[in-house]
Design a protein. Sequence first.
Length: 219
Amino acid sequence: MFGVKHTQTEMIDDEMLDTKYCTSGDWWIEYKDIVEGIADSSRRAYERFNKLEDNADFMDPTSQAYTVREIAQFILDLITGVHDLQAERNNSNGPARDSAPHVKPGDLAMCRPSRFRSEVLDPRRARLENFWSAEDIELLEQQQQEIYKAYRDDPNFKKIVDSHDHTTGFNEAWDSISRVQFNVLRRFASGLATVFANTTTVESDFSILKWEKDEFRSS
């Protein structure tokens, strides 16, 4: 509808950049295409657009020019964002070569803190910092140290953890040791254990493990 173009296929006139075109990254669009798109959308939208000030002042929020530029920028930012979206794997979008990450209490209890930090936490730290506070990440490391210590110092704790096997579910395993003491560690592990509950293609493309749910989308 809006005639978005890429700089590799069609070049723009730099002299008319500020008045005729809107750009974002390698994408650009002509303002006139936005106006035509508004006209094609609905009569009500076009009538409301025509009530705005008919001038070329891009800084005036009441002007048509300002509205057109805002719409153009939104469209280009959306396209740029989708274009930059990539699956969480290697450049070939292949499956992870490493084993599945540690997610059960026994896995984390037998993992030395230094190894947990270097092999589990550090590879995901940059992404984790986008959503977790520094305090939460510090608490995560602290709780992993505590579960490592508890496994070695508390016979009852070790007995519970050692009773887990491949048939023990994620929630069952974590509930059996504590719902509160290792809450942050459990939250982190649950994120690692997640397989995307969506279409087969999305599950495969965006799961680093390249795992999919079964045909009933249940396991």
